[in-house]
Write a protein that binds this ligand. Structure first.
Ligand code: NAP
Length: 343
């Protein structure tokens, strides 16, 4: 008997790769929607050894008829909408494009499914950035939203339209409100990976220093492979619903920096204040980390920390990897890559 058919948009992304692996292990036929941006191939799928197991279909969330043809062709049982312009900083530079993909793209997916495959189960990749200027601590499914970036605003539309299609058309549509989740497959533009990759390069003399933005921002950081399992679990419940997925712990970027350097064998001391602050290697006196206003957002999100008790109660999901271990996993992976010239 054939397994279920899953369509994953954003197949080239971090979560697309881990979710593909999980669904393949569960016997799914996995179709990956790729917008054909060219560039750097399917390196994440390759790293996980599953590149040949995914059926790639070309689909851009900006193009309605393209989405319709893909859905008509494969008639999915489950759709995981992970595609997005996912970088908050870029959303300030490209607010219209971000909204077209992250907000209208979700509507295009839902409208297509309503028309062609209304019984398909739908997962929408929502985000803690919708809480932005937080109205309660920690944030749960009932916390009011206050997004602070075009990314957060567009994702909030995606979330609301998912709830609306569930309530209006009785579709099995779920929104996962995922807090930051990282891994060795994280994109280089995100601060965690920029740090672990940069530190590995510094260790091997390929880079002098790393330049970052606000060290005081606190985030709730989890391990991506555990988070994609929560996506799948949401679609296996008897009723569709929305769930926070988080660790319940907040850590600052400064803490991430300190742990990451330590795992790579550096002892960092801080000198200076505010924008002039520098991270200095205690042993050599060299500046290894600097701050630049270039990486500050016009409106910052100071702290995010999620309450995952609904997911724990409904389907027994809870995070396993602690913050320090997550940092170590990422640092070790990047050191191994740089040491073996796999970059
Ligand atoms: P990611 O690595 O940036 O992947 C996003 C994917 O979306 C990329 O493969 C990208 O394609 C694709 N994409 C962008 N624009 C598209 C378009 N117009 N049509 C089709 N595909 C398009 O993101 P991720 O970390 O895996 O995150 C997955 C989803 O979860 C995203 O929606 C993100 O916003 C959301 N989320 C992530 C986190 C997190 O901490 N990782 C937290 C909460 C929510 P290319 O490869 O061609 O660029």
């Amino acid at each position: 008997m054939m397994g279920k058919r899953a369509l994953i948009t954003g197949i080239r992304g971090q979560d697309g790769a881990y979710l593909s692996k999980l669904l393949l292990e569960k016997g799914y036929e996995v179709y990956g929607a790729d917008r054909r941006s060219g560039g750097s191939s399917f390196w994440r799928l390759k790293e996980l050894g599953i590149e040949k197991d995914i059926k790639i279909l070309y689909m851009d969330l900006l193009e309605l008829t393209n989405i319709m043809r893909v859905i008509e062709k494969m008639m999915p049982d489950e759709v995981y909408n992970l595609a997005a312009q996912s970088f908050v900083q870029v959303s300030f530079e490209q607010p219209c494009l971000t909204s077209d993909v992250n907000a209208m793209g979700v509507l295009r997916m839902l409208e297509t499914l309503r028309t062609i495959k209304p019984d398909a189960k739908f997962y929408q990749a929502s985000t803690s950035e919708m809480f932005g200027k937080v109205q309660a601590m920690p944030q749960n499914e009932k916390t009011p939203f206050y997004p602070r970036s075009p990314y957060g605003v567009a994702k909030l539309f995606g979330h609301c339209i998912t709830v609306n299609y569930r309530e209006s058309y009785n579709m099995f549509a779920c929104s996962g409100l995922l807090f930051n989740h990282e891994s060795p497959l994280r994109g280089f533009e995100f601060v965690t990976r920029k740090l672990t990759d940069g530190i590995a390069r510094i260790k091997y003399g390929l880079q002098e220093k790393i330049v970052v933005g606000n060290l005081a921002s606190k985030r709730d950081w989890g391990y991506a492979p555990e988070y994609v399992e929560a996506m799948w679990l949401m679609l296996q419940q008897p009723e569709p619903d929305d769930y926070i997925i988080a660790t319940g712990e907040a850590h600052s970027i400064r803490e991430f920096v300190e742990y990451a350097f330590r795992y790579a064998g550096f002892d960092i001391i801080w000198e200076g204040k505010d924008i002039e602050e520098k991270g200095i290697d205690k042993k050599t006196g060299k500046v290894l980390l600097e701050i630049s206003p270039e990486f500050f957002r016009p409106t910052e999100v100071d702290i995010l920390v999620g309450d995952y008790s609904k997911a724990k109660g409904k389907f027994d999901w809870q995070p396993k990897t602690k913050f320090e271990d997550l940092v170590r996993i990422m640092v070790e992976a990047d050191i191994e890559r740089v040491a073996n010239k796999r970059y």
